[in-house]
Ligand binder design. Structure first.
Ligand SMILES: C[S@@+](CC[C@H](N)C(=O)[O-])C[C@H]1O[C@@H](n2cnc3c(N)ncnc32)[C@H](O)[C@@H]1O
Length: 357
């Protein structure tokens, strides 16, 4: 199963976009969006295979997870301004540095809505580990990452918590990512650890329900830089998580902050759908430029989202879950940090409400 026409129509209706598309056209648009995500998924399958190979090579010399993490998750590589892979030739859309000067071993990143040019060593932001740790209580028994890649976030967290009564679950679509996470997590202090094949386009949270049993509040579920990938997440996504772990906690660190800027969002939504429908030509993006000023931060994120067909409905889902009593939004921080300054992450922390009896 994949993204369907009716699912897409529902997501668009929720976003206030009425389209003239008939069922057949909507199904075709859904297929196109799904095939874009399939390509993203394949890219990660390959990328995490390289991480797995690196991990297995490191394992020949050490079984110390801290040492392995340090080698695998070091400071970002830069061209003096942004990540090396973003350089104009690599990505094809020019960046106006807006006064930032290329400096060896420095990279532009984001901290709480501001662009900063930092030395690479201090550009990696490990606040997520501390924020997750603050959400952990004596009762926490299960921590799940959705879209966990090769397992770096869970591994950082497990080392920080050093608790042998917590189980960690790495839920990820790629086999290579799961394989790496499985081996990495076998090295950290925990009650147990496992991996789970998981896809945002057909979310099945039975594995969380099984682990949480009657104690949903002991579950902490999070995603970082993963829900950004599918353009339209099923509209009942947060409700399904709540149903699996009522009373639990959900943390989302993803690039949704720009979606709160209504006009910008409406334009980007239309452009994304247009781009998905007529994939192959990015001609309508000609003449566009990323500019590294704080005023342009949301516009940069919108442009990135159009180009990469990134997520369009996460902010809507968060707001609706809060408004409909499915979850209570306890923290919302826009443009909180970034690994790619063109698409900064925002942060939402939600308490998953108990089901009404
Ligand atoms: C930028 S990586 C982030 C990985 C990890 N969260 C981290 O912070 O290192 C994006 C992740 O999303 C996963 N992903 C992409 N599309 C997905 C989908 N439809 N369902 C589940 N995961 C998906 C990729 O396999 C990849 O692991």
């Amino acid at each position: 199963m994949s993204l369907t026409g009716p699912q897409l129509r529902e997501a668009l209706n929720n976003l206030g976009l009425r389209t003239e598309l008939n069922s057949r056209q909507m199904a075709s648009l859904a297929r196109s969006l799904q095939s874009i995500n399939n390509k993203q998924k394949e890219t990660y399958e390959d990328g995490w295979r390289a991480s797995l190979e690196k991990f297995e090579a490191l394992l020949q010399n050490t079984r110390d997870p801290k040492q392995i993490l340090d080698s695998m998750d070091g400071p970002p590589k830069t061209d003096g301004l942004v990540s090396a892979f973003l350089g104009e030739e690599g990505f094809g859309i020019p960046i106006d540095p807006a006064g930032f000067e290329r400096m060896e071993n420095h990279i532009v990143t984001v901290r709480n809505g501001t662009y900063l040019h930092l030395p690479c060593e201090s550009a990696s932001d490990h606040r997520l580990t501390g924020i997750l740790a603050d959400l952990v209580t004596e009762d926490t028994h299960t921590i799940v990452e959705l879209g966990s890649g090769w397992g770096r976030n869970l591994c950082h967290l497990a080392l920080h918590l050093n608790r042998d009564d917590i189980r960690y679950v790495a839920a990820e679509q790629s086999r290579s990512g799961r394989h790496c996470a499985e081996q990495l997590l076998s090295l950290v202090p925990c009650k147990d650890s496992s991996t789970q094949a998981f896809d945002f386009y057909r979310p099945d949270f039975k594995f969380i329900e099984r682990l949480a049993r009657n104690d949903g509040k002991g579950a902490l579920i999070f995603s970082r830089a993963a829900l950004e990938q599918p353009a339209f997440i099923p509209t009942n996504f947060i409700q399904l998580i709540r149903d699996a772990a009522p009373g639990g906690t959900l943390l989302i660190q993803e690039p949704f902050g720009w979606q709160a800027e209504t006009e910008l969002f409406e334009t980007a939504l239309r452009e994304t759908l247009y781009s998905a429908m007529y994939r192959g030509g990015k001609a309508h993006l000609e003449g566009r430029i990323f500019k590294l000023t704080d005023e342009m931060m949301n516009a940069n994120a919108a442009l990135w989202s159009i180009v990469c067909c990134y997520n369009m409905n996460l902010y809507d889902l968060i707001q609706r879950a809060d408004k409909n009593g499915i979850a209570s939004l306890e923290r919302l921080t826009f443009n909180y940090t970034a690994s790619n300054p063109l698409i900064p992450y925002s942060l939402a922390i939600m308490k998953l409400n108990e089901k009404a009896s």
